[in-house]
Design a protein around this ligand. Structure first.
Ligand code: FAD
Length: 116
C-alpha cells in the first residue's frame, strides 16, 4: 500500500484495517486464557464503536449483535473474522474469500513459497 501522505479514503482504511485485524487473529492463541477471550470480545466491540467510517461501523455493530465474536481458540476466532469479512464482501458485491485459506493468507504464507 503506497503512503501518499494524505488522509485515508474508505477503501484504503478498509484494506489496512482488515490487514491489522486478520494479523491480530493470526497471532491469537490456540488456547487463550479466559481474560484473553474476554478482552478480545471487548476489543472488537470497542473497535466497532470507533471505526472511522460511520455507516460501515453501524452495520458492523449490527452484524456483531447477530454473530458475536467466537474467541475460544485461534481457529474459532480467525474463522469468525473471515466470515465477518465475507459478510461485508457480500454486502458490497466483492468476491467471497475461501476461509479454508485463511492460515496461508494471513499466518503461514502460501504453500507455493511465494511469500518466502
Ligand atoms: P479488502 O476487503 O479490504 O480485503 C483485503 C484483503 O483481504 C484481500 O485482498 C484478500 O486477500 C483478503 N480477504 C478478503 N476477504 C477475506 C476474508 N473474508 N477473510 C480473510 N481475508 C480476506 N466498505 C464499504 O464500501 N461499505 C461498508 O459498509 C464497509 N464496511 C466495512 C466494515 C469493516 C469492519 C471494515 C474493516 C471495512 C469495511 N469496508 C466497507 C471496507 C471494505 O471491506 C474493503 O476494505 C474495501 O472495499 C477495500 O477492498 P479491497 O478490495 O482492498 O479488499
Amino acid at each position: 500500500l503506497k503512503d501518499h501522505g494524505c488522509p485515508l479514503d474508505k477503501d484504503e482504511l478498509g484494506k489496512t484495517t482488515w490487514a491489522v485485524l486478520h494479523t491480530i487473529a493470526a497471532k491469537y492463541p490456540e488456547k487463550p486464557t479466559e481474560t484473553q477471550k474476554d478482552d478480545m470480545k471487548k476489543f472488537i466491540s470497542l473497535f466497532s464503536r470507533f471505526y472511522p467510517c460511520e455507516y460501515c461501523a453501524k452495520d458492523f455493530r449490527q452484524d456483531l449483535a447477530e454473530a458475536p465474536p467466537r474467541t475460544e481458540s485461534y481457529r474459532e476466532f480467525s474463522q469468525w473474522l473471515c466470515e465477518a469479512h465475507n459478510r461485508v464482501n457480500r454486502k458490497i458485491g466483492k468476491p467471497e474469500f475461501d476461509c479454508k485459506l485463511v492460515d496461508e493468507r494471513w499466518r503461514d504464507g502460501w504453500k507455493d513459497g511465494s511469500c518466502d
